[in-house]
Design a protein around this ligand. Structure first.
Ligand SMILES: [Cu+2]
Length: 255
């Protein structure tokens, strides 16, 4: 529910939506005015008989009120239609984010094959990176380790995945050595280039090999930590820039 509320909030905080709403309201008002003045001419009473005239004025007024109401409602409906269409188009990246994740088959730091089936029933964090990363990856893995540590015994019911985007260098043995400095609940996953490309695509992670002037290469990569629930569905990006206890509490909610 908080996700829905914040999604709505983000949609209605967009200037385009507000403009659409304003245009819709002006349109509604214009239609109502048109109904009031524009149609008056059709009901000009033919005045030869008093009773008849009074009767026709009454029905004309009723019709006009109905028309004004109808026009106003039509304008309002149009306004909301426009808002919904605009909001739908703007929030489609949210829908795309919701499609993050999916099946994968990779190898962990102990040489064991891991698939999404092994994570059924466990909420997990996913982070893509590489062991040669100078700062972002080690910092993130350190923070993830702190979160897992803060979970205490509950960490057994959660997982954290570190998936390499550099399978060429990050063999299971290299991953094992690298992860020995972090929390043991972290799984370091690698695979062949096709498997890595597939899992990165499923998680909408960008990565690219960048040659270095001094020789060798580094990797450019998306550095978002994803929170997935126990059914493997994407929940939200996981914010590590907050007190560890708060981050751990957030993960604990999905246990
Ligand atoms: Cu990195």
């Amino acid at each position: 529910m908080p996700e829905t509320a914040s999604a709505l909030q983000s949609v209605f905080s967009r200037p385009l939506v507000l403009v659409a709403a304003a245009v819709g309201m002006v349109l509604a008002g214009t239609l109502a005015l048109w109904a009031h003045y524009g149609t008056a001419v059709f009901y000009e009473p033919a005045c030869d008989d008093c009773w008849k005239r009074r009767h026709s004025e009454m029905s004309a007024r009723n019709s006009r009120i109905l028309l004004i109401a109808a026009a106003f409602l039509a304008g309002l409906a149009l306004c909301f239609g426009v808002v919904l269409i605009v909001a739908g188009r703007l929030s489609s990246p949210v829908a795309q984010i919701a499609a993050i994740g999916g099946p994968f088959k990779l190898t962990d730091q102990n040489g064991k094959v891991v698939t999404e089936q092994d994570l059924k029933g466990l909420p997990f964090l996913v982070f893509f990176g590489f062991t040669h990363c100078p700062d972002v990856c080690p910092t993130t893995l350190f923070e993830v380790s702190e979160v897992m540590r803060a979970l205490g015994p509950d960490a057994e019911r959660a997982r954290a995945l570190f998936i390499t985007v550099d399978p060429e260098r990050d063999t299971p043995a290299v991953m094992k050595d690298y992860l020995s400095s972090f929390d043991p609940h972290l799984s370091g996953l690698t695979g062949d280039p096709a498997e890595i490309a597939a899992v990165a695509k499923a998680y909408r992670v960008y990565f690219k090999k960048v040659p270095l002037d001094e020789g060798g290469y580094t990797m450019d990569h998306t550095a978002i930590v994803y929170l997935m629930d126990k059914t493997g569905r994407f929940v939200s990006p996981f914010n590590l820039k907050r007190p560890i206890e708060a981050a751990a509490g957030d993960l604990r909610r999905y246990l």
